[in-house]
Design a protein. Structure first.
Length: 525
């Protein structure tokens, strides 16, 4: 007979859980529906900014998957999200479809948590309405939500079918190809699976019963990880976040530790610059308390080896990347919170047989308390972010595009400078040609390389107008004083926001005395 302690691998509901959702199947559907109401309102009110639009334009304007992957070499992201968008853009070029897909993934994440997570009802109710789940990874359509969805799907599969090694390998392989943080967490989860297969009695039993599934899962995840690493290596002429920093300067180390504070307590400062802000701006204080919060969460999940392995590897990996490569914003640091959620799930997914004694329940009581407090703080941050996102425009690109849709004359081209402000306009104006002064090229999305030097935007617009003998729409992120009768100022769309996506519009007419001439090969669209 196996010892009672070997029940460690048998799925069970934690002792603290009020009757689980399995006993009331409609609960996950009700919670998901309640979540969709504010999430859909926020998304409808959200004007896409350049990074959202860039992903959609890459997919929309790449004629093949091979061309898409060539463009992705400059993005610093694996291609899963972009490939999904590429297939969608073969059907429709409306960017709202990306938002609908993103909202569906967010709703799917909430449903999986409500249906399968070993959390209490209170924890399940709090989870959907936090800062990251309601705003950062829901209203803003990026490739971070698909990472969260795959992590939650992996945890759900692990709880329901621990021996489904092929399914786990597929999910980890897909997770690798979402973004660098998904890659780090896929590695942490993969190490956990291998450790369990080596040291846990039930884990060894599962491998012995399904050896080819286990090997197949490892091969699938390994091949996907290799593919991901290959595409994450930038080409020599890449020009975005190309530097590496391996110093241990105290100020830099303290700054990196603040990511923990920002992930666990994401409370934005109200105002136009609410995004990526935090109510506590003293770096030393953030670093000190961030380490304390990290220790508390580790203690809350570390009593089970699964939670400890994933938390230590995942947190250390993310902090290392933030330190040596790119500190980023709340969307990047939020994966420290995602790591904690996965660790709580994995730690509670199975229940050891407890011997009599109330004191044996203390670790689980304390860990549930930590998660409840963590989710309650996230609720506060989610409310502040939702309120500020409703009041303040996220980007002025949508408003500028709406105006241009009615103002652009047939065949009139757009000259946009700098490049990065083009995407929020171009994504809402399919079919309109855009000329980038950097590199003197036609396109719709930014290519983050160091090829070509920027031309003078006004001079470029005048030259194109003269060569094409037609007016040109000049779009800048700063005002100019028209110094010739050919340049007419149009309405501007500005907001002192955190993105710098302001739009000053000018129509540039060809010089009256210019004779008709064919466009040169270098400038012909």
């Amino acid at each position: 007979m196996e010892p009672a302690a070997d029940a460690i691998s048998q799925p069970a509901t934690p002792e603290l859980a009020i009757p689980s959702a399995a006993r009331w199947p409609v609960f996950p559907l009700i919670l998901t529906a309640l979540y969709l109401i504010p999430a859909a309102i926020l998304m409808h009110n959200h004007a896409m900014w350049r990074d959202e639009a860039q992903a959609f334009l890459l997919a929309r304007d790449s004629n093949s998957l091979a061309e898409l992957f060539r463009h992705l070499r400059y993005e610093g992201h694996p291609g899963l999200w972009h490939v999904v968008l590429w297939f969608i853009t073969r059907i429709t070029v409306r960017p709202e479809t990306m938002q609908i897909l993103h909202l569906a993934l967010a709703a799917g994440t909430v449903y999986l948590v409500a249906r399968y997570a070993p959390f209490t009802w209170l924890e399940k109710i709090l989870f959907p309405f936090g800062y990251f789940t309601l705003f950062e990874y829901a209203a803003i359509s990026r490739n971070y939500q698909i990472s969260l969805f795959l992590i939650i799907a992996f945890c759900a599969l692990r709880r329901q079918r621990p021996s489904a090694f092929l399914g786990q390998g597929i999910l980890l392989g897909l997770l690798c190809n979402t973004n660098i943080f998904g890659t780090i967490l896929a590695g942490a989860l993969g190490v956990m699976v291998l450790v369990e297969a080596a040291v846990a009695r039930q884990g060894r039993r599962n491998v012995a019963q399904h050896p080819w599934r286990f090997i197949g899962g490892i091969l699938l995840a390994g091949a996907a990880a290799f593919w991901c690493v290959h595409w994450l290596i930038p080409p020599p002429d890449a020009d975005f976040a190309k530097e590496w920093t391996n110093d241990l300067i105290p100020d830099h180390v303290l700054h990196t530790w603040t990511a923990l504070w920002r992930a666990y307590l994401p409370i934005p400062e109200p105002g136009l610059g609410f995004w990526n802000s935090n109510f506590e701006s003293v770096t030393l204080t953030q670093a000190y308390w961030g380490r304390i919060f990290c220790g508390i969460v580790l203690a809350a999940v570390g009593w089970h080896y699964r939670g400890a392995i994933v938390f230590i590897i995942g947190t250390a990996g993310i902090l290392t990347f933030l330190h040596i490569k790119y500190f980023g914003g709340m969307r990047h640091q939020g994966f420290l919170f995602v790591t904690a959620i996965a660790c709580f799930w994995l730690a509670w997914a199975t229940r050891p047989a407890l011997r009599p004694g109330w004191w044996r329940r203390i670790p689980r009581v304390l860990s549930h308390t930590v998660l409840t407090v963590l989710l309650a703080v996230q609720i506060w941050g989610g409310w502040v972010a939702a309120q500020q996102a409703w009041i303040h425009p996220f980007s002025m690109g949508h408003a500028a595009a709406n105006y241009l849709r009615g103002e652009l004359r047939p065949g009139e081209v757009l000259v946009i400078d700098p490049d990065y402000i083009a995407a929020p306009v171009a994504v809402y104006l399919p079919g309109h040609r855009v000329y980038f002064t950097r590199g003197a090229r036609w396109g719709s999305f930014t290519i983050w390389d160091n090829q070509g030097t920027p031309e003078d935007a006004v001079a470029s617009a005048k030259r194109l107008a003269a060569e094409m003998q037609a007016s040109v729409m000049l779009v800048l992120n700063h005002p100019i004083k028209p110094h010739s009768p050919e340049i007419v100022a149009l309405p501007s769309f500005t907001c002192p926001s955190f993105l710098g996506e302001n739009y000053f519009l000018y129509r540039v007419a060809p010089p009256p005395a210019t004779q008709s001439a064919p466009a040169s090969p270098a400038t012909r669209p």
